[in-house]
Design a protein. Structure first.
Length: 227
């Protein structure tokens, strides 16, 4: 029987190193290692895709005082833990974005992480459920009130949801399906600027998913080391 291969590329390793540095007690990483493998892989993929999208954000749209490299890592981190409020919230709270933000506020020490990076992470996790049309959650924010990074991470999450269960190799039909969905939801669910960034990044994202179909990402955590 052919042994299943797993893949963690350079971007994923950078994200894991970022997590390792900013979590001195390793609590979130230790908890993450206990969740089902499928959910681990989903979260790693969302973080990696969010990082790819962050690479294409125009310089003028970057938060003030934040280097692009830090912005990319912040999006990877936020994507990695975007569901933290789901699998750590007591009683499966409906408002899991707010719970996720609260958990990260407690676990990311303000004296160890730059304020702009921390803010991007917290805003992303707390606002991923918001929609341009104001019908999102938890605060029913409208287009101008939603951070670009939150919409980018929401797109990364949507992409992985669409790809899940598709054939082993992504077909062109599937790629077109994702493209059509993003265009249709621009201005209602996703920020138009975020959708445009996705369309610019689409081929890189598709290439990454095709690689993952052969060798999905694997998380291994042991004694505060990454393997």
């Amino acid at each position: 029987m052919k042994q299943k291969r797993y893949f963690i590329g350079k971007r994923e390793r950078q994200a894991l190193s970022f997590i390792m540095y900013h979590e001195p007690n390793g609590l979130l990483a230790a908890v993450f290692s206990t969740i089902p493998l499928a959910l681990q892989q989903h979260c790693i993929k969302v973080g990696a895709v969010a990082g790819l999208l962050a690479e294409k954000v125009p310089d003028a749209a970057l938060p003030e005082g934040l280097r692009r490299a830090d912005y990319i890592n912040a999006l990877r981190y936020a994507g990695f833990y975007h569901d933290i409020g789901v699998y750590l919230a007591p009683n499966r709270l409906t408002d899991y974005p707010t719970e996720g933000r609260r958990i990260l506020e407690n676990e990311l020490p303000a004296d160890r992480i730059a304020v702009p990076i921390r803010q991007v992470i917290l805003e992303t996790v707390g606002c991923m459920g918001e929609r341009c049309d104001g019908l999102g959650y938890p605060h029913n924010l409208m287009e101008a009130q939603i951070p670009l990074h939150a919409s980018l991470c929401a797109i990364a999450n949507a992409v992985d949801a669409i790809v899940a269960g598709k054939p082993r190799r992504l077909s062109e039909h599937c790629v077109q399906e994702i493209n059509a969905y993003m265009r249709a939801k621009a201005g209602t669910i996703f920020l138009p600027a975020a959708t445009e960034i996705y369309l610019q990044t689409e081929q890189n994202i598709v290439a990454l998913y095709r690689k993952w179909k052969d060798a999905p990402p694997l998380w291994k955590y042991n004694d505060l080391t990454w393997k």
